[in-house]
Design a protein around this ligand. Sequence first.
Ligand SMILES: NC(=O)c1ccc[n+]([C@@H]2O[C@H](COP(=O)([O-])OP(=O)(O)OC[C@H]3O[C@@H](n4cnc5c(N)ncnc54)[C@H](OP(=O)(O)O)[C@@H]3O)[C@@H](O)[C@H]2O)c1
Length: 268
Amino acid sequence: MIRNLFGAALAFATLAASSTAAGMEAGKPTVLVTGANRGIGLEYVRQIAARGWNVIATVRKPAEATELQELAKAHAGVVIEPLDVTDHAAIDALAARYRDQPIDILLLNAAVTPSYPSAFKPLAGVDFDIARQSLLVNAIGPLKMCQAFMGQVAASAKKQIVVLSSKGGSFAESPKMPMMYEYRGSKAALDMYMYTLAFETPKKGVTLVLLSPGQVNTLTDPKLRAIKRPGVIEAPESVTKMLRIIDSLTPADNGKFLSYEDRSEIPW
Ligand SMILES: NC(=O)c1ccc[n+]([C@@H]2O[C@H](COP(=O)([O-])OP(=O)(O)OC[C@H]3O[C@@H](n4cnc5c(N)ncnc54)[C@H](OP(=O)(O)O)[C@@H]3O)[C@@H](O)[C@H]2O)c1
């Protein structure tokens, strides 16, 4: 009798230890992606799902994310979750629901990106609503995501945080001309938040890197998308190369800002 009770307790404990959130397959790496409905984020989901890994694909409007829904239908490990990264209560609530789910890669991709041609306006054209929203989404959002999900990343096997930044936020690499105030300022703020956080992550065994994805054609207007622009690549190429870098990350990479192309370090 005592042995039976002990056996039942042991079985329960084992089940609890190996349990994963609904839809997540145990034993497979799990990646959480923000801004997963289009552009680079959607391509990440596509390529990671093709590996048979679990993906928590977060989007602002799941009902409108038709391509992502198709991916979720085709891959059991893809779970779609509503999330606006400016909503800190929603971030905390999502992290609470996934508190027992190790997250191998926290992939912070969502951003307010420059819209053409308005992004190229000098001082007189700065849009302060866009500037404010860009700071909230591009810089504060990723920092809040790191705060909320650090425990789940530290509890995972890979323990990686990967943040999409841009040469647009680099003092050294950004074109020497007045443009994209809203975007550049937000990415420079993001870089400094992550630079600072990278002094904390090693204590948790977590490796944090920023990646520059290159100039990627993620325009939504089909006519504009079809125009070939020199130096601009398509999302599959960028994501394939970034995943190669992510696969090769070691703790020695913590705090680096790396180019998608050749893994070279981008100066701040
Ligand atoms: N494409 C490039 O050439 C390039 C170059 C350098 C860096 N990057 C960086 O790479 C990342 C992806 O770029 P992309 O070109 O794929 O961008 P994109 O096509 O403009 O997509 C942006 C994504 O962010 C989401 N998003 C915007 N505001 C959000 C919010 N408040 N909460 C949650 N999600 C939100 C969007 O969702 P909605 O559809 O709901 O708006 C969309 O899924 C960004 O961090 C960007 O800065 C891109």
